[in-house]
Design a protein around this ligand. Structure first.
Ligand code: HEC
Ligand code: HEC
Length: 142
């Protein structure tokens, strides 16, 4: 998405919310090839630092029914990805929640009017790149 649009989005949505320092402004980009490939097929490959290890474990345990999709992997890549995600996981967050978009810190940063999520250029809360144009590089501070 062009930068102008992203900036407009932020202006539109912020409406006076205080800018606060956040440890998630920058997360380390995905450096594992298997993760980039297998977990980047249907959506951006989410960075391991966005969820605690317990959430990643549960996601990897449930790939047969992954938010309604079948995302199962052969044992080799599955083990590699599991080790990478849990080994580089966030130090905070609720491991009982599978979604980044259900984590308390995420909800705090994204308390927008409901119609925002229905916009054609957004469509899903998980579509980070609709608003964070450098999300794939782990940059969320724009
Ligand atoms: C076959 C397609 C597919 C593959 C492959 C896939 N996913 Fe997903 N994933 C989805 C769908 C669909 C959703 C739900 C998206 C939504 O709510 O808009 C999702 C959501 C997620 C979410 C939650 C996003 C949120 O709302 O916070 C995480 C985390 C996630 N996937 C991780 C992974 C990981 C890790 C892998 C690789 C092991 C992977 N996905 C591979 C389809 C896939
Ligand atoms: C509809 C637009 C939109 C979507 C979709 C969206 N965000 Fe955001 N996000 C924002 C806005 C606006 C802010 C607050 C302004 C800012 O600090 O950049 C924000 C803030 C953040 C922050 C805090 C950044 C900071 O500076 O402290 C993180 C991290 C973040 N988002 C991650 C994500 C992730 C991960 C996803 C996808 C799972 C996502 N966002 C989806 C608009 C969005």
């Amino acid at each position: 998405m062009p930068r102008r649009l992203a900036a407009a989005t932020v202006l539109l949505l912020l409406s006076g919310a205080p800018a606060s320092a956040n440890e998630f402004e920058r997360v380390r980009p995905v450096t594992n090839d298997a993760t980039r490939k297998e977990c980047g097929e249907c959506h951006m490959a989410f960075q391991p630092g966005l969820l605690p290890a317990g959430s990643w474990t549960r996601i990897m345990d449930g790939l047969d029914d992954h938010f309604g999709e079948k995302a199962s992997l052969p044992p080799g890549p599955a083990a590699e990805i599991r080790a990478y995600l849990t080994g580089n996981a966030a130090g905070r967050g609720d491991p009982a929640l599978l979604r980044i978009t259900e984590q308390r810190w995420w909800l705090r940063e994204h308390g927008f009017r409901p119609e925002v999520w229905l916009r054609k250029d957004v469509l899903s809360k998980a579509n980070c790149e609709a608003c964070h144009r450098d999300a794939a590089r782990g940059l969320y501070d724009d």
